[in-house]
Design a protein around this ligand. Structure first.
Ligand code: KG4
Ligand code: ZN
Length: 359
């Protein structure tokens, strides 16, 4: 089956076409992403109204470009999927309404996709991994460990009690005078810096469970920066390196507990997968430290290619295809949802044995 996917929940206007075979394998037929980063750069973050207007202007052309790239006509598509949330509501409405119009005009099913499920299921397209798997979802708005037991079937093992990890990167970058989005800027600076010059806290490190907290780290970074202002280039690089090192230490510590809980619930799985997804999954330092931490627990780390970590239409088209394969289409009255947790329908316990969180 062939699915068109539309993504407009933040600052990328994106459309893609993927094909999913009955055996669960898939391939990308088109992948068009138009970034609005330049439109928002002057404001140091995404401005919702500017984003919504830019989606209105660009989306028809982006969808047409995806169809052209795949050499397909809309009649060749089996379903139209769009992000229905969570995200900036203006943009979500643009994408979802466009998808509804296409579905209605072409007589195709509509699939209202949870953006987070798009990130969650990407590793099944790129690496063919089976359920269940452990997911670390780290984006601009979310930082969670989830046991993924199937499509629409998520058990939360841990979440952030304050800022999301991507948000922490963005705020850290802002206070160091770096541009937006902050994650790639911090990563670039950190590569040049000395992570040991400043000692920053590691919130929740060593504690039970798999929750995160990043706001204290952000404050500590601000105080360290203020104490030596004005910052030289070396200061910025060293502070970025210290911040990135503190973050990776915390994520690895939390991941260890999440892996222990997952392994206890699924002791029958010989080589379980830890999948890292979402925009922050593009961070190379995080990927390499997590690879080692996963291996030490008998897990293999699966990270999508960098291109598919950020927001794009492929992850939405693929989640749509996975849902369509299960007969999960939506009505044209599907609502746009600014908030939409992945685990809203699932009970808290993880695994068939319902052993729950042990670590
Ligand atoms: O998934 P995503 O593209 O959008 C959301 O759904 O939120 O994630 C965007 C977030 C931003 O906070 C950005 O700074 C962060 O991902 N990010 C990174 C890197 N690339 C993007 N964070 C750390 N290192 C990176 N290389
Ligand atoms: Zn995202």
């Amino acid at each position: 089956m062939i699915v068109l996917g539309i993504e407009t929940s933040c600052d990328e206007t994106a459309a893609a076409i993927v094909e999913r075979q009955a055996d669960g394998s898939g391939r990308v037929l088109a992948d068009i992403v138009l970034s609005q980063v330049a439109d928002h750069a002057a404001f140091g973050g995404v401005v919702p109204e500017i984003a919504a207007r830019a989606h209105v202007e660009a989306l028809d052309g982006v969808i047409a470009a995806a169809l052209r790239a795949a050499k397909l006509d809309i009649s060749d598509i089996d379903a139209v999927a769009a992000t229905a949330g969570p995200g900036l509501i203006g943009g979500v409405i643009v994408g979802l309404t466009t998808a509804k119009a296409i579905a209605l005009a072409a007589g195709k099913p509509l699939i209202a996709v949870n953006h987070l499920e798009g990130h969650a299921l990407t590793a099944r397209l790129t690496d063919g991994i089976d359920f269940p798997f452990l997911l670390l979802l780290v984006s601009g708005g979310h930082s969670q460990f989830l046991g993924v037991e199937g499509v629409s079937d998520y058990r939360r093992l841990g979440t952030t009690i304050d800022d999301a990890l991507g948000e922490a990167f963005d705020k850290a970058a802002k206070l160091l005078g770096l541009g937006y989005p902050g994650g790639p800027e911090i990563e670039r600076q950190a590569a040049k810096g000395d992570p040991s010059r400043f000692s920053l806290p590691r919130p929740l490190l060593g504690r039970a469970g798999a929750d995160f907290s990043f706001s204290g780290l952000k404050t500590a970074l601000r105080l360290a920066a203020e104490a030596i202002a004005p910052l030289s280039e070396t200061d910025v690089a060293d502070l970025a390196a210290a911040f990135q090192r503190a973050v990776t230490d915390v994520v690895v510590d939390r991941a260890r507990n999440a892996m222990k809980a997952f392994a206890a619930a699924y002791s029958e799985i010989a080589a379980p997968a830890l999948v890292v997804a979402g925009g922050v999954a593009a961070n190379q330092a995080l990927r390499s430290t997590l690879t080692a931490a996963a291996a030490a627990q008998g897990f293999r780390l699966v990270a999508p290619p960098i291109k598919l970590c950020g927001d794009n239409g492929v992850v939405i088209a693929w989640a749509g295809a996975e849902r369509l394969a299960l007969g999960l289409a939506d009505g044209l009255d599907a609502p746009a949802r600014p908030r939409w947790p992945l685990d809203e329908r699932a009970p808290a316990a993880l695994g068939a044995g319902a052993k729950g969180m042990k670590a």
